[in-house]
Design a protein around this ligand. Structure first.
Ligand SMILES: [Mg+2]
Length: 240
């Protein structure tokens, strides 16, 4: 069983705006424009690539100048995040996050990331929260604009790393927005929605038809996940 976790609103919530400040700093450093963190608008469920493009267009950067600078922009944003990130993000845990990750690990689940965060920001954020060691690898927001492209990348990495196939119904995408549910569904994976993000209620998420919709991660351990899982793990070992 493989779980692909979103970060913002799913593992951590209510954080100070260090990530937004980092994107704004990078916009100034690489493109010479000065967007303000409060001008970034709603960002839940979006990849940093999409947020960056929208922010830069709004700030007047010509479209043809955006792409050539993106690589440097992501690096500058990660450096800026290093400056802004609070030393301790543990106060921003979503309810029951640590015991749920511990419980999943005890069940033999593999944990990885599918997040819109720029990769270096994702790992730095999780390190500041003491959660990085739970996750083996991931797919990140600087790898694609569309979130839909991320779960297949993560599954491919899992298959390479463990040298076996993962049955699509043994992979869960866990996240706090309709975009998380959609990226799982569009990849024929299973989905778990948690209503701990800033923008989407449990009712709203339920309307997107995830396999499960939860108030918070604490409810995950009561789901009927692992009866099937152990059978699945042995049944899907890739021959040769
Ligand atoms: Mg999220």
């Amino acid at each position: 069983m493989l779980f692909l976790f979103d970060i913002d609103g799913t593992l951590l919530h209510g954080m100070p705006p260090a990530h937004r400040m980092a994107l704004c700093d990078a916009a100034e450093e690489i493109y010479g424009v000065k967007p303000l963190p409060r001008h970034l608008g709603k960002t839940a469920g979006l990849t940093d690539s999409v947020i960056a493009r929208r922010m830069l267009l709004d700030a007047g950067v010509p479209p043809e100048e955006i792409v050539p600078g993106l690589h440097a922009f992501y690096a500058a944003a990660a450096d800026a995040y290093e400056r802004h990130v609070p030393s301790d993000l543990c106060p921003y845990y979503t309810p029951h996050v640590v015991e749920t990750l511990e419980w999943l690990r005890e069940q033999g689940a593999l944990l990885a990331l599918v997040t819109g965060n720029i990769e270096r920001i994702a790992w730095r954020k999780l390190a500041a929260a003491g959660l990085d060691a739970y996750f083996l690898f991931g797919a990140f927001g600087d790898e694609a604009e569309s979130r839909d492209e991320l779960p297949p990348k993560a599954v491919r990495r899992a298959e390479q790393r463990f040298e076996r196939a993962f049955s699509r119904d043994a992979v869960y995408v866990v996240g706090d927005t309709p975009a998380d549910i959609a990226c799982g569904v569009n990849s024929q994976l299973r989905t778990i929605a948690v209503a701990t993000g800033p923008e989407h209620s449990l009712a709203e998420l339920s309307n997107c038809h995830p396999d499960f919709a939860l108030h918070d991660l604490g409810e995950l351990s009561s789901l009927p996940l692992f009866g099937e899982a152990s059978a699945d793990m042995s049944a899907n070992t890739r021959a040769g």
